[in-house]
Design a protein around this ligand. Structure first.
Ligand code: MOS
Length: 708
């Protein structure tokens, strides 16, 4: 056995099951009874009320078993505004005549086959009285208000006197950036198969947070949680889009109870654009002032983000700006713009993914104005402690990431003057940006069992959304109990297993391995006491302690990108990209790297490709498929895109030293590309994504494009 199993770049322990099709995703569930299929019918207006439903034709259609609308839907708990646990709330379906947004479920058709349900769904006639809705984010500032459902201290912060500090600066930037809607599009859509046995419901559903989903489903149906089992063993991507419970789960459960047979409901790709969550569009004003040496005297980051009028959500884009650079005078502010659109929620690195698109481009603009290397500007503003909380950082390795990355990438070859490096028709440029992401920790618990043959079974209600949870738990248990990894079976995603926070906020690995470590220590104590081996079990619990309050915890990185911009068409090609990261101790070098490069590629997407487009007349997402909604394909991503992980260990984060890694890769990645585009061609695009039309506009009318 190598010295440490933890950290090894092991292949996924669930890899074989996944590539052979043995891994059962929610929609693959083979029910014990004869499965019926549900298809959801959605509203075609953005705002108004249902005036009548005509389900007669659908009910007569071949194979149809039931048509559910607000007129006959079973009673459910009332909707609640977000309090403590946003994703454990009741999610009632088809209980109101009010239509809150385009694409909201208005009926469910269940039939013997999917095709029959789909055909009959088209025969359901729901008449609506449309009312004018607010759909256009361009009115952002006029409609903005302070969030009500997060604490004041989370929404706003102030240190020193920003106005005074800004006035003192020798060089200033005051720029506004915009980021578009992004729609959740994991490979696997939200899907559920529900089956009842008497009073008891078993529901296989693609959810990131099993415990929250369990509560949400039980509460919505007004049944005791002990009568519900949620199963989510394999998930085809989460990214925040499966944090909530959606209509597929609730409607499958309700229909299965009425019909006394199992029902499957899967969201279609097009429905996902409006029924699943999206990332809110933002407007972000960043003001930076620096003295002649490039030391920041003031930093302000103000955010306006879209929120659904029916359900508030704040895109916390300025949160990490509170810790990113030193400056004596600081201001952050989040305002929301409630619109009659589908519900916004978390998407990979909520807040930071879009916040750093703004702040890190602003830093590049400041460096340009100072005539200072943008990397040097970051080095000159490195804080000694958390600049707003005035507590030490647990670890802070930004400087190491910046320097290491610059060295590996060949940053010294970057041309100082934009537009001067040419390769035939292409203008070539380099850009860089900082990555910073808070490290979260949550309470978790775990159980380990050892049989006579010293084979271990680990149980947690944790999920593996594709990140590698199964694999890192096997590694941790193997190392701590000194058995080969092959002798560990990891079982996840059942609500009956010990409670964990689930997959979200990059807190899964540190939270769950801490609990698993406790369980292993407890089991080892039993072994040491001469109790085994043979049918020994132990449980462990872990929660963030004081260290978590006493130290400011983030993970860090530095992104470097080289792009080529076609001097005639404004087309951008990414040529090379490198991220250097520190997320404490890496639990599996292969799965962590996959997370990081996946995040970086999403950063490329944010910079160059991706945007959900709202029709301001109807409040619908119009490019609601993967033909109209652009994400990078292989041809967009060069082979020379890599992530390097610095050796780290953060004992304040967790006893095993790891920090969150899943969301770090996207942070700052898009800004590095935006900054490379500027370095290549001299056009500064502040309105993401940076599409050729915007660059062309800069070529043709440079002053207009610069000001925006
Ligand atoms: Mo994450 S965006 O909390 O799944």
């Amino acid at each position: 056995m190598p010295d440490s199993v933890i950290g090894q770049p092991l292949d996924r322990v669930d890899g074989k099951a996944k590539v052979t099709g043995a891994a059962r995703y929610a929609g693959d569930t083979q029910a014990t009874g004869r499965l019926a299929f549900g298809v959801i019918v959605t509203s075609t207006i953005g705002q108004g009320t249902i005036s009548g439903t005509d389900t007669a034709a659908a009910k007569r259609a071949p194979g149809v078993l039931m048509v559910m609308t607000h007129e006959n839907a079973p009673r459910q708990a009332a909707f609640k505004h977000a309090g403590e646990d946003r994703h454990a709330r009741p999610k009632p379906q088809l209980t109101e005549r009010v239509v809150h947004h385009h694409g909201e479920p208005v009926a469910l058709v269940v039939a013997e086959t999917f095709e029959q349900a789909n055909a009959a769904a088209r025969m359901v006639k729901v008449s609506c009285k449309a009312e004018p809705g607010l759909y256009d984010f361009n009115d952002a500032k006029r409609l903005a208000r302070t969030p009500r459902e997060i604490e004041e201290s989370k929404a706003h912060s102030k240190v020193g006197d920003f106005d005074k500090g800004f006035a003192q600066g020798a060089v200033k930037i005051d720029a506004t950036y915009s980021t578009p809607y992004q729609n959740h599009n994991p490979m696997e859509p939200p899907a559920s198969v529900a089956e009842w046995s008497g009073e008891k419901l078993t529901i296989h559903s693609a959810v990131q947070l099993v415990h929250s989903a369990h509560q949400s489903i039980a509460d919505t149906l007004k049944i005791p949680p002990r009568n519900v089992e949620v199963v989510s063993e394999y998930i085809g991507g989460g990214f925040g889009g499966k944090l909530p419970v959606y209509a597929d789960a609730i409607l499958a459960a309700l229909a299965a109870r009425e019909l006394k047979r199992p029902v499957k409901v899967v969201m279609t790709r097009q429905q996902m654009f409006e029924m699943a969550a999206h990332r809110a569009a933002t407007l972000q004003r960043v003001r930076l002032a620096a003295d002649g040496e490039g030391k920041l005297t003031a930093i302000a980051h103000e955010v306006w983000s879209q929120s659904a009028r029916m359900d508030e959500y704040t895109e916390s884009a300025a949160s990490s700006t509170r810790a990113i650079y030193a400056a004596p005078n600081r201001l952050t502010r989040h305002l929301i713009v409630p619109l009659d659109l589908p519900v916004a929620d978390s998407m990979r690195a909520p807040g930071d993914a879009v916040g750093q698109l703004a702040v890190e481009q602003a830093m590049d603009e400041l460096a340009d104005k100072l005539n200072l290397d943008p990397l040097e500007l970051r080095l000159r503003n490195e804080p000694a402690e958390d600049p707003e909380k005035n507590i030490p950082f647990s670890t802070r390795s930004l400087v190491a990431c910046l320097k290491d990355g610059a060295e590996r990438f060949g940053w010294s070859h970057r041309a100082r003057t934009p537009g001067t490096m040419k390769d035939g028709q292409w203008l070539v440029g380099m850009g860089m940006a900082t990555a910073i992401r808070p490290n979260f920790r949550r309470p978790a618990s775990a159980r380990v069992h050892m049989d006579e043959r010293r084979h271990l079974t680990v149980e947690m209600d944790m999920t593996d959304v594709g990140t590698g949870s199964y694999t890192i738990f096997a590694q941790v248990a193997a190392e701590l109990l000194e058995v080969p990894v092959e002798d560990v079976t990891v079982q996840l995603g059942h609500s009956g297993y010990p409670k964990t926070p689930g997959s979200g906020g990059s807190f899964g690995a540190a939270s769950c391995t801490s609990a698993l470590r406790e369980a292993c220590i407890a089991l080892k104590a039993k072994l040491d006491a001469g109790q085994g081996p043979g049918n020994l079990s132990a449980e462990g619990k872990s929660e963030p302690g004081d260290e978590y309050k006493k130290f400011s915890q983030y993970s860090y990185g530095a992104n470097f990108a080289e792009v080529a911009v076609d001097a005639t068409t404004g087309e951008v090609r990414l040529r090379r990209m490198l991220g250097v990261f520190d997320a404490g101790r890496i639990l599996n070098a292969k799965t962590a790297r996959s997370q990081l490069i996946g995040g970086m590629i999403w950063g490329v997407s944010s910079a160059l490709h991706e945007a959900g487009i709202v029709d301001p007349r109807f409040g619908s997402f119009v490019n609601n498929d993967l033909a109209g909604y652009h994400v990078p394909v292989h041809a967009d991503i060069p082979a020379s895109l890599d992530a390097v992980m610095l050796a780290g260990f953060d004992d304040k984060s967790s006893p095993l030293g790891s920090k969150g890694v899943g969301e770090l890769g996207i942070c700052g990645a898009g800004a590095a590309i935006a900054n490379a585009v500027f370095n290549a061609c001299g056009v500064r695009v502040r309105d993401y994504p940076i599409t050729p039309d915007k660059i062309l506009n800069g070529f043709l009318r440079p002053n207009l494009a610069q000001q925006r």
